[in-house]
Design a protein around this ligand. Structure first.
Ligand SMILES: Nc1ncnc2c1ncn2[C@@H]1O[C@H](COP(=O)(O)OP(=O)(O)OP(=O)(O)O)[C@@H](O)[C@H]1O
Length: 261
């Protein structure tokens, strides 16, 4: 069943309509339609292999980088088709940033990790402006106090949790409108995870955030909207509180009560 519900009265940031994704002959996502709100954190949950990451990657065309992957259907950002010919994909990925499962700072200084994007996108007119962007981004990602005296140290010398906040700061530095997070805490310990979850909550409202998570507890803690995926289909989408306390679909109920997954 295709469950598109217009939950929110404000215009969606992203609309996906009848999206299917194939890897060669295999269909990994089957006819998914969803509206992503600019105001909320949206969680994608579901058992391993159900297609959460695949669908997430369609939202900023990261699937383009996977040989054999093919996307059908329509995805629009602020009403503009992101798959239209002539779309500047580099620009799109600045507007729709991504944070990955494993923190992946560049093997460069902390400063350079943040400064690189704004520099290539021409966001700073001077060295001072670039420094301001670096400071502001690190502050927003809750990392400034920990790194302000060591900006020339390598990004890879930070702890895992700090590296992930550095990657979030790097995404923020190019002034995105949407941040996609693909299991951002799965490589982190509980304390670093809690810090990222707090950060997600602080960033909420300034950016549309979509997070793929294996953890139902995490989805319940950080999101206001939840989409449940199963075998490539989006089974149910709704307010997080409804999905976890009063799901409409039997398959959602089975998953959240731990019957499979
Ligand atoms: N690059 C790829 N090439 C071929 N098949 C792929 C590729 N990436 C994913 N798949 C397949 O597509 C399906 C969906 O995978 P995907 O990683 O999107 O699921 P997921 O729900 O994010 O899983 P997990 O929670 O385990 O990360 C799976 O059957 C997977 O094997």
């Amino acid at each position: 069943m295709n469950t598109l519900h217009t939950l929110d009265s404000i215009d969606p940031k992203i609309t996906a309509r009848n999206v299917s994704v194939y890897y060669g002959e295999k269909r990994a996502i089957d006819d998914v339609s969803i509206d992503i709100s600019p105001k909320y954190v949206t969680a994608f949950i579901g058992p391993s292999g159900c297609g959460k990451s695949t669908f997430l990657r369609t939202l900023n065309r990261m699937n383009d980088t996977i040989a054999g992957a093919r996307v059908e259907g329509d995805i629009a950002l602020d009403g503009v088709d992101i798959y239209k010919s002539g779309m500047d994909v580099v620009q799109l990925r600045a507007r729709v940033g991504m944070v990955f499962q494993k923190p992946n700072p560049f093997p460069k200084s902390i400063f350079e990790n943040i400064a690189y994007g704004p520099r290539i996108h021409g966001l700073a007119a001077s060295k001072t402006e670039l420094e301001e962007i670096v400071e502001r981004s690190l502050k927003r990602a809750g990392l400034w106090d920990e790194v302000k005296d060591r900006l020339t140290d390598s990004g890879t010398a930070l702890s895992g949790g700090q590296q992930q906040r550095l990657c979030i700061a790097r995404a923020i530095a190019v002034e995105p409108e949407v941040i996609l997070m693909d299991e951002p805490c799965s490589a982190l310990d509980p304390i670093a995870t809690a810090r990222i979850e707090e950060l997600i909550d602080e960033l909420r409202g300034n950016y549309a955030i979509v997070i793929v998570t294996h953890s139902m507890q995490q989805a319940a803690r950080v999101s206001q909207r939840t989409a449940f995926f199963h075998l490539g289909k989006m089974v149910e989408y709704g307010k997080t509180s409804d999905i976890f306390t009063n799901p409409r679909e039997e398959r959602t109920k089975d998953y959240i009560t731990g019957r499979y997954g």
